[in-house]
Design a protein around this ligand. Structure first.
Ligand code: FMN
Length: 278
C-alpha cells in the first residue's frame, strides 16, 4: 500500500494537543499516548481531504496533500465585521444593466478562485465553472441562443410554459434589448458530475459564494434562469458548444460584469418565515 496523502507532522513544533485527531470527520488520525499524530496507511482511503487537520493545528505542524501550513491565510482578525457582512447580504441586488466592458482579468480569476473554496458534499470538489471571459464570447453565445430559439419558434416547438422566450427574441430582434443575458459581458455556468453525492447544491452554493464575493468587489451579478433553461432545456446543442461535459448536471448560470447601476440603500423584506418546530 503506497502513501498517498503525505500526512506529515513537524515533530519539533507539534504540541500533541490532539486537535487534529478530535476534529477529523473520518476519525482516521491516531495519536499514541507517548507519540505524535499519524494516519495509518490503510485508513488513507477514507480521508475527506478536507484539511481540517492542517487548518486546526495551533502550531502549524500538520501538512497534508503536499500543502505547507505556512502558505495558508491566518484567520486571526481576518474576518469582516458582522455588520459589514450583513450589509453585503442585504445590499446585494440583481444587476440587469452592465457597463460595456470586460472585467479586469486578474479580478475575474480571483472571483473564481475564491468561489472555488465553497463547500461541497463529502468534499467532492467537482464543481466546474464554465466561463465566458469576454463580452464578445457572450455576444457569440447570445447569437447562437437567439438563432436557436428563433428556429424553435418557427417550428412551433417552444414548450407551452416557455412561450415567453418568443417575446424575448422579438425584443432582441426589434429593439436590440437582451432580456436573457441582460447585456452582461460575462457568464459563469456551474456544473458538476451527476455521480457526486450532491451535484446541485454544490453548484448553487459555489455560485452563492461567487455572487457575494463579486458584489463585495464592485461586480454586479444576476442569477440567470432564462439562460439556464435556454441552454439546458431548450437548446441542448449549446451545452456542446460551450463544452459542458455530458455527464454533468448544470446547477445554474449567472451573468456578471461591472454594473451600470448604483443602488443607494437596501430593500426591506417582511419578517423571515420561521417555523419553530417541536
Ligand atoms: C434562481 C434564480 C433565478 C433567476 N433568474 C433570473 C433571470 O433569468 N432573469 C432575471 O432578470 N432575474 C433572475 N433572477 C433574479 C430575481 O428576479 C431577483 O433575485 C428577485 O427579483 C429579487 O431581486 P434582488 O436579487 O435584487 O433582491 C433570478 C433569481 C434567482 C434566485
Amino acid at each position: 500500500m503506497t502513501k498517498m496523502l503525505d500526512f506529515e507532522i513537524d515533530k519539533k513544533n507539534c504540541s500533541r494537543c490532539g486537535q487534529c485527531v478530535a476534529d477529523c470527520p473520518a476519525r482516521i488520525i491516531s495519536m499514541p499516548v507517548d507519540g505524535y499524530p499519524y494516519m495509518p496507511i490503510e485508513k488513507e482511503g477514507r480521508c475527506y481531504k478536507c484539511q481540517h487537520c492542517l487548518a486546526i493545528c495551533p502550531t502549524g505542524s500538520v501538512s497534508i496533500l503536499g500543502f505547507d501550513p505556512a502558505d495558508s491565510s491566518c484567520l486571526a482578525c481576518g474576518y469582516p465585521e458582522p455588520d459589514k457582512l450583513e450589509t453585503l447580504i442585504k445590499g446585494r441586488r440583481s444587476v440587469r444593466r452592465y457597463k460595456d466592458e470586460n472585467l479586469d482579468p486578474a479580478l475575474f480569476q480571483k472571483l473564481l478562485d475564491v468561489a472555488w473554496h465553497a463547500p461541497t458534499g463529502v468534499n467532492s470538489r467537482q464543481v466546474l465553472f464554465t466561463v465566458l471571459d469576454s463580452k464578445e464570447k457572450v455576444a457569440q453565445l447570445r447569437d447562437e441562443v437567439m438563432a436557436g430559439l428563433g428556429k424553435l419558434i418557427k417550428e412551433q416547438a417552444l414548450p407551452k410554459k416557455m412561450e415567453s422566450y418568443a417575446n424575448f427574441v422579438k425584443i432582441w430582434e426589434e429593439h436590440n434589448i437582451d432580456i436573457i443575458f441582460r447585456g452582461a459581458p460575462h457568464l459563469v455556468i456551474a456544473s458538476a458530475p451527476m455521480t457526486v453525492p450532491t451535484p446541485e447544491p454544490d453548484c448553487l452554493i459555489a455560485l452563492s459564494y461567487f455572487e457575494l464575493f463579486a458584489q463585495a468587489n464592485g461586480v454586479g451579478t444576476l442569477w440567470n434562469g432564462l439562460a439556464k433553461w435556454a441552454i439546458n432545456d431548450l437548446l441542448p446543442e449549446t451545452r456542446h458548444l460551450l463544452g459542458i461535459p455530458d455527464d454533468h448536471l448544470i446547477g445554474y448560470s449567472m451573468v456578471f460584469g461591472y454594473p451600470d447601476v448604483h443602488f443607494t440603500r437596501t430593500v426591506q423584506h417582511y419578517p423571515a418565515l420561521i417555523h419553530r418546530a417541536l
